[in-house]
Ligand binder design. Structure first.
Ligand SMILES: [Zn+2]
Length: 190
């Protein structure tokens, strides 16, 4: 299941079938709108050139951090300070609100801004580390895909973003490679 931070990082989309449909969706206004809607966040659309470039550099750094942690590297004080900086920039206030199910004390963003969105993404990443573990962060094993996800399986063995899609595709590729190898062997024997 997508988390706020994986959804954000995966705006850097790669065509898992190995085609040429890979695209960086971050600068795309309709991606921005859908992303904000999915997570009930608010910010001006489209993001300005400066905002887009800030978002992109934050995303790329977050992506490399996730990959580093997935490879068993440890979370450093520098990473901690980096995440704290982003979280600090998005201030929240406490509010007592009524909901359909009753009352709730909740944290409400002070501004409807991309800085706030990055703070939420950073916090969601930090919560993943608090409640889970960095090693469960994964990049899909299909080299064409590289979709970032969090392995929620009990066995901790999820290799692909989706077994039906990337998992099957890689199975077919392995099968074909093997068959090709065998047919080459047969040719050599002749
Ligand atoms: Zn994949």
């Amino acid at each position: 299941m997508d988390r706020l931070w994986t959804d954000f990082v995966n705006s850097d989309y790669h065509d898992w079938r190995g085609g040429d449909r890979s695209e960086d969706r971050l600068g795309n206004a309709s991606w921005q709108q859908d992303f904000l809607n999915r997570w009930q966040l608010e910010a001006p659309i489209p993001a300005s050139i400066e905002e887009e470039s800030a978002l992109r550099s934050f995303r790329d750094d977050l992506q490399s951090l996730a990959i580093r942690l997935s490879n068993g590297k440890s979370f450093t004080e520098k990473d901690q300070a980096w995440l704290n900086d982003f979280m600090q920039a998005g201030e929240v206030i406490r509010r007592f609100i009524s909901k359909e199910q009753g009352w709730e004390v909740t944290l409400v963003p002070v501004q409807a801004h991309w800085v706030q969105v990055m703070a939420e993404v950073a916090a969601n990443f930090a919560i993943t580390l608090v409640e889970g573990e960095g090693k469960r962060m994964r990049s899909c094993d299909n080299p064409d895909c590289r979709w970032i996800f969090y392995d929620d399986t009990r066995s901790r063995t999820q290799k692909y973003c989706d077994d039906k899609m990337c998992g099957n595709l890689m199975k077919v590729r392995r099968f074909r490679a093997k068959r090709k190898m065998h047919s080459n062997e047969e040719k050599n024997e002749v």
